[in-house]
Ligand binder design. Sequence first.
Ligand code: AMP
Length: 407
Amino acid sequence: MKILVLNAGSSSQKSCLYDLKENTLPADPPEPLWEAQIDWTHQDGCAKLKVKTFQDQVLQETCPSDSKLADTLKMLQTLWSGTTQAIENSQEIDIVGHRVVHGGEIYRESTWITAEVKTAIANLAAFAPVHNPANLEGIEAIENILGNNIPQVAVFDTAFHAHLPPAVYTYPGPYEWLSQGIRRYGFHGISHQYCAQRAAQLLDRDLNALKLITCHLGNGCSLAAIRDGRSIDTTMGFTPLEGLMMGSRSGSVDPGILIHLLRHSDYTADQLDRVLNHRSGLLGISGLSNDLRQIMVAMEQGNDRAKLAFDMFVHRLRAQIGAMLSSLGGLDGLVFTAGIGENSAAVRAATCEGFEFLGLSLDLSQNNALPIDRDIAHLDSKVRVLVIHTQEDWAIAQECHKMASRS
Ligand code: AMP
């Protein structure tokens, strides 16, 4: 079974193709046959296309961007033609899986894409104005290129959090907010779910018997408290702005600050959006970068604001892990994933130090050894600590396989 995965964003688009031999899921995540990415962030109006195949054929091209549809076609054509060809023709693709950021209250699991589902994704753009329209464009691009009969699956980033209890998902504003859809949804669900399943596999334990906290720390950061294989608490909420301090997002701040700025600084909604989403977090505090690597370099050179940004990041991370801990009432495993979680030994060590009182003991040599998909706690630690490479595309492909096996 050949499964194409499309992760369509507003400024970039990633795609990959998995080939499941004999239609079975391997125990470990396989390498995709083909991976491609289009980046539309270049100022010159050009699209940057990068393609890599299983045989390490690489193609890099910068071309004038005609339209997103034309660029997507160009990207997909590299799958069945040219030096990066991985299949004979587009008809070999059995199924296409899409990452869809917001599934609202309707979609509690992955679903086949129909006209009705597309309308619902479009309507949910009110809650995810940047992401859902881009996801929908990706779905329509595939219909245009591969035809209307290709089976497509939507995998929602909110679905894993669909079972949050009412006391967790309700905001303490007016009760009517709930009927307006203003509630906590949670995001990064595909990554949190994948990491929880992978953690159980690596620990050789039943996921339903584990209490886990998964820390997705990338440009966007969130935590999930996982019990019985389900997310029971999480740090992101109505939007991906709530919770932890992030690369350029503030995370949670006193909402009184927003009222103050609206009253006294003539801020418009768009300006507030820009400040909180793009000029805050590590970037806002350090004044240097949203990238932790650059913060670390500046910190080593004695930059005080870089040090403050790092210390705040860790302080807020520990505080929210504490909150997840109380929701779980115990902890078997702490999982670090995504760009910072997988690569920053300093963040992992500083975070774990705050939880030694639980009997959590990090093996510092393992922590420093660029561990991936490994347990880095001491043998006698009462809490396991894992670093897991998140594989959202593979998780989407697994969902497609599950859906196809059921039908
Ligand atoms: P992601 O959104 O998962 O791609 O994560 C991207 C972020 O991961 C970057 O902006 C960096 O802050 C962080 N990151 C990536 N590599 C490293 C590294 N080696 N050390 C520290 N942070 C890293």
